[in-house]
Write a protein of this length. Structure first.
Length: 557
């Protein structure tokens, strides 16, 4: 399925950024050149957090399994452009399934690990998925059982495949497809119109309030995305890459999976437990490239001083403002613009992160002769400060245009991308990311929401309703508290019914039984006699934030 218009394809192909090679073709090319090179390695502690023993595969071994998975999917009736959902932690098996599905022409839709029943069910139905692959467990969560329950509620789902050791009844065990010596399924021959790399490869997901929306990306979109960190970090052939990000979005795939394919190196998978386990893992493999959340970059950079490691610090829309520190090693700042784009800047030994400057973004950033992968333009939008006031304030959204930017909505989903008309020479995507722009330097300096309204207000109000349904709670309000590392932590204030106390354990059990997303689980509970209100009659969440310090909390989870 090709969703990009012919003009965009022609423009990007003329510049040489878009070509004819798919992600699975990149792997096959590496396997042909370096069959005995180590391609994929599980975390050594894999058995602690998911089923299955750690695996190590060369390119030749992995290529055989990818081909076999592609043949198996075709044999069970998965046709090109069918949708295959995936919810699995970072394992060799997960990577093989992604590349095997792409080899069969199937569109892979990876789901975040924090998604539970409601989000998975909505996603499956939105894109009419035909199958789902899931791990048996992630730590103490039984993903396989949850997937089986979701399948029971979505009748169009044909298959649910399981990865790991403890596959529950009702799931098809993928182990025989991955095992050496299993009867091979012939790899399907895919005949499609147009260049294979222009066809949609994945559907990742973005949030808008309480809604989730699919973002379709072609193979060429992904290659263009991966070229940004690949070229900026000067990633060498055969690089050792350590990936702690799940392969479910632009960071894990665009800054992890694709640079690995381009470097023809070794991908080491990691499940984050603590900073010490990440640094120990990086040292043990002598990592050349490691992705890390921006707030942790200074700690990781210091711990790896003297090692030949490029620390790629990711700054997302939910990250706190970057802190200044003098880098001891090589650091690259990676600005992640939701699921739409990412921009890499090599920091070197500067104390300050390199700001994101609007305009053409080249790779590498210091060369205007390299490929221009994206153009960023702030668009001033006048918006009301509050619903009860006619006062206006200026805000900025970003207009994105370029080879890595998704340029079409998924046909069966509600429109999500704001696109200009095809005849507009400045055609591009306006994201829903409010930003601040320094009027002197032009640097984008604040990925928060300016003004008086709290970020994510619609989502917080949705959480209010969920929390208030717990027996014994008269009122409930969700609010956010800044955290140095996490960016923000979710809290909840509750007003118990008269004469009652809130049972904290029962409250969390209620949320768990309701199978709400793990991101809806509050970090702490604040019990109040009355909810603070603003003059317009809404919950005063800023006051709740101020009262959330431990000394003022009457009940803490």
């Amino acid at each position: 399925m090709i969703l990009s218009n012919t003009d965009a394809i022609a423009d990007h192909s003329t510049t040489g950024v878009w070509g004819n090679i798919t992600l699975d073709m990149l792997f096959r090319r590496a396997a042909q050149k370096h069959p005995n090179r180590l391609a994929l390695v599980d975390a050594p502690d894999r058995e602690k957090w998911t089923g299955g023993k750690p695996r190590r595969l060369t390119y030749a071994q992995a290529e055989q399994e990818i081909s076999r998975i592609a043949g198996f999917l075709a044999a069970v009736g998965m046709e090109p452009d069918h949708i295959l959902g995936l919810q699995s932690p970072n394992t060799v098996d997960s990577v093989l399934c992604i590349l095997g599905a792409l080899r069969a022409g199937v569109i892979i839709s990876p789901f975040p690990l924090h998604w539970r029943h409601s989000e998975i069910l909505r996603a499956l139905s939105t894109v009419d998925a035909k199958a789902l692959i899931t791990a048996d467990r992630i730590e103490s969560r039984m993903l396989g059982e949850e997937a089986r329950d979701a399948a029971a509620d979505f009748f169009s789902l044909r298959f649910v495949f399981g990865l790991g050791q403890d596959i529950p009844d009702g799931l098809i065990d993928m182990a025989p497809m991955l095992a050496e010596g299993a009867d091979a399924f012939p790899e399907p021959i895919i005949e499609r119109e147009g260049a294979p790399a222009n066809h949609i490869a994945t559907l990742t997901w973005t949030h808008s309030g309480t809604e989730i929306s699919p973002i379709p990306r072609s193979h060429n979109h992904w290659v263009s995305t991966g070229l940004m960190p690949f070229l900026e970090t000067r990633l060498e052939p055969g690089a050792r890459i350590l990936l702690p990000y799940i392969l479910c979005g632009i960071t894990g795939i665009g800054a992890g999976l694709v640079p690995w394919l381009l470097s023809e190196g070794t991908l080491h998978l990691h499940h984050p437990h603590a900073l010490s386990t990440l640094t120990d893992h990086a040292r043990s493999i002598e990592a050349n490239y490691i992705l890390t959340p921006g707030p942790l970059a200074s700690h990781l950079d210091g711990a790896l001083e003297g090692w030949n490691t490029n620390t790629v610090a990711t700054w997302s829309v939910t990250s706190p403002k970057p802190a200044n520190y003098r880098a001891k090693g090589v650091v690259t700042d990676l600005h992640v613009l939701d699921e739409y784009a990412l921009v890499a800047h090599l920091r070197g030994h500067s104390e300050e992160p390199v700001p994101l400057i609007p305009g053409n973004q080249f790779a590498p950033s210091t060369s205007t002769h390299g490929p221009c992968l994206i153009n960023i333009e702030p668009i001033e939008i006048n918006e009301e400060i509050s619903e009860v006031s006619s006062q206006k304030e200026s805000r900025f959204h970003l207009r994105l245009n370029g080879a890595m930017v998704p340029d079409a909505d998924w046909p069966s989903a509600a429109p999500h991308l704001s696109l200009f008309s095809q005849g507009d020479p400045e055609q591009g995507l306006i994201t829903q990311i409010p930003v601040g722009v320094n009027q002197v330097t032009g640097a984008i300096h604040d990925f928060g929401t300016p003004g008086q309204r709290a970020p994510g207000l619609l989502e917080l109000e949705h959480l209010d309703e969920i929390y208030s349904e717990f027996s014994g709670v008269k009122e409930a309000a969700a609010f956010l508290v800044e955290d140095e590392l996490m960016g923000a932590r979710l809290m909840v204030a509750v007003v118990p019914s008269e004469g009652l106390l809130v049972d904290v354990e029962a409250f969390y059990a209620y949320l768990d039984a309701s199978r709400v997303s793990l991101t809806m689980m509050p970090h702490r509970i604040l019990s109040l006699r009355a909810m603070p209100m603003t003059e317009d009659g809404s919950v005063d969440r800023q006051k709740l934030t101020r009262r959330s310090q431990p000394k003022s909390a009457e009940a803490v989870a």
